[in-house]
Design a protein around this ligand. Structure first.
Ligand SMILES: [Zn+2]
Length: 470
């Protein structure tokens, strides 16, 4: 009987409302996949036909100018995307670092990557998502195969550059659609960065590399469609930085200005971290500060505030930043191969900016936004996932227009321990009221069927009132 079927589903809804906080129930359905194509400069999409990027732009949103964080290198910016913090606050200040407190060095290619102490000045979103009771999956994202704050992603792959893009995609899709599914995934791919370094971004050969990235995006779209996820998932395609052309004529040799035995150089071109030997700080600084018009030399405390690159012991006491397109080495004779493209320069340079497109049920359709900062991505993703952001340098308000208006009932709240929330209480009360209401109406219907028809007297009693009112 229809009434019985209706009652069963009604009862199920009421029980679900009691079992789950109503906000959690709704947000459990938010799926988010963040994809980074390393070194995909913002304007590459305009350079060759990129039908898959175009489709996402038409179906979703595009941000024309994304100011990433200083320094515009791979590890600092990937950690910024998942923490909303500038490098000085999340602690991954460069691809090559020295920590004077730990008395240890870090290289992104070395085993120290797996030492969690380097990462634990921040907590990445995949961990926060898990603490909120969800599951996260990571395919090769920097830091995602390290236990941070005691946790690995629910599902992850150990970093191995030889694993093809297609395998990474398939693993992620399995995680999204298998038993105990993830609702948040991060996916990293090494290109077009590697080719950009080797060929230089202005090389016509880069056209082929960019077209190949668009094909890879097409593969991801097709696989999501095949798995029935395409319409459910919120998909963000971005990058850590852009790329600029270098020239063998634009090379600065430090040996011309300062004695090697006075310092150790930690991070390399184009922003060099200089660690003077004990007692040689002034010698090193004064030798370099006015040495070459194509480089700027800062004492750490004098680095401009707008770079947000000062307050961390892993930032070296002296920093050299060279002008766009310039390379700094100790001596040309040490350089066996010369890169034709590089990044790492001032994050206000247009050439350093990454691409940004997104589509999905929570994103607007066919919307173009003029600018955002990469630190704003983190609160945006927290809003999509419905998790409380940790303290960060971003602003949800400045990117909320990327989302459909109905998807914005999630104000940023400070992190808090898991405790019964107001929403949970409201959800529970509502659920209880619905159950009671259901039981009441059910009992009423049953008992009414057993009772004799109402006496006519009741109807007659109402007549005088109607007459009085008339
Ligand atoms: Zn690179």
């Amino acid at each position: 009987m229809p009434i019985i079927l209706l009652s069963k589903s009604y009862l199920l809804c009421c029980l679900l409302a009691l079992a789950l906080p109503c906000n959690t129930w709704q947000k459990e359905q938010s799926k988010l996949l963040l994809v980074s194509f390393d070194g995909f400069r913002w304007d590459y999409v305009n350079r060759v036909p990129t039908p898959n990027f175009r489709a996402l732009i038409e179906e979703g949103v595009q941000v024309e100018r994304v100011e990433n964080t200083y320094i515009t290198k791979t590890f600092p910016n990937h950690y910024t995307m998942v923490t909303g913090l500038h490098a000085e606050s999340h602690g991954i200040v460069a691809n090559e670092m020295f920590d004077p407190v730990l008395n240890r060095s870090f290289s992104m290619d070395g085993p120290e990557v797996y030492d969690s102490r380097w990462w634990e000045e921040a907590v990445p979103l995949w961990v926060t998502n898990q603490k909120a009771g969800r599951r996260s999956g990571a395919a090769m994202w920097p830091g995602s195969d390290v236990a941070i704050d005691g946790s690995y992603p629910s599902r992850y792959m150990l970093y191995n550059a030889s694993v093809p893009f297609e395998s990474r995609v398939k693993r992620l899709i399995d995680w999204f659609s298998g038993p105990e599914p993830i609702n948040f995934g991060v996916l990293y791919w090494e290109e077009p960065d590697e080719s950009g370094h080797n060929l230089g971004p202005e090389s016509p050969l880069m056209d082929v590399v960019i077209a190949d990235i668009d094909d890879k995006l097409g593969f991801l779209r097709e696989e999501l469609k095949r798995a029935g996820l395409y319409e459910q998932i919120n998909l963000i395609i971005t990058s850590d930085h852009g790329m600029t052309q270098l020239s063998p004529d634009k090379v600065i040799e430090l040996d011309n200005y300062v004695r090697r035995e006075w310092y150790t150089w930690i991070d390399k071109s184009p922003v060099v971290g200089i660690l003077p030997r004990d007692g040689y700080f002034e010698e090193v600084y004064s030798a370099l500060v006015n040495a070459n018009p194509n480089m700027v030399v800062y004492k750490r405390e004098d680095i401009p505030n707008q770079l947000h690159y000062k307050h961390n012991v892993r930032i070296m006491p002296v920093i050299i930043e060279v002008k766009e397109g310039w390379t700094v080495v100790q001596n040309r004779s040490d350089t066996h191969t010369f890169m034709l493209g590089n990044h790492g320069y001032d994050n206000r340079l247009r050439s350093m900016h990454p691409v940004f497109v997104a589509r999905g049920p929570l994103f607007r359709n066919g919307y173009t936004k003029a600018s955002m900062r990469s630190v704003d991505l983190y609160p945006l993703m927290c809003s999509v996932l419905g998790v409380h952001p940790l303290p960060n340098n971003g602003s949800l308000a400045s990117v909320l227009d990327l989302l459909v208006p109905t998807s914005s009932p999630r104000p940023p709240l400070p992190p808090r321990p898991a405790e019964p929330s107001y929403a949970w209480a409201v959800g529970s009360l509502l659920g209880a009221a619905l159950v009671v209401g259901f039981l009441f109406s059910f009992v009423k219907q049953v008992t009414q069927r057993q009772l004799p028809p109402l006496p006519l007297a009741n109807k007659e009693m109402s007549q005088p009132l109607l007459q009085l009112r008339l």
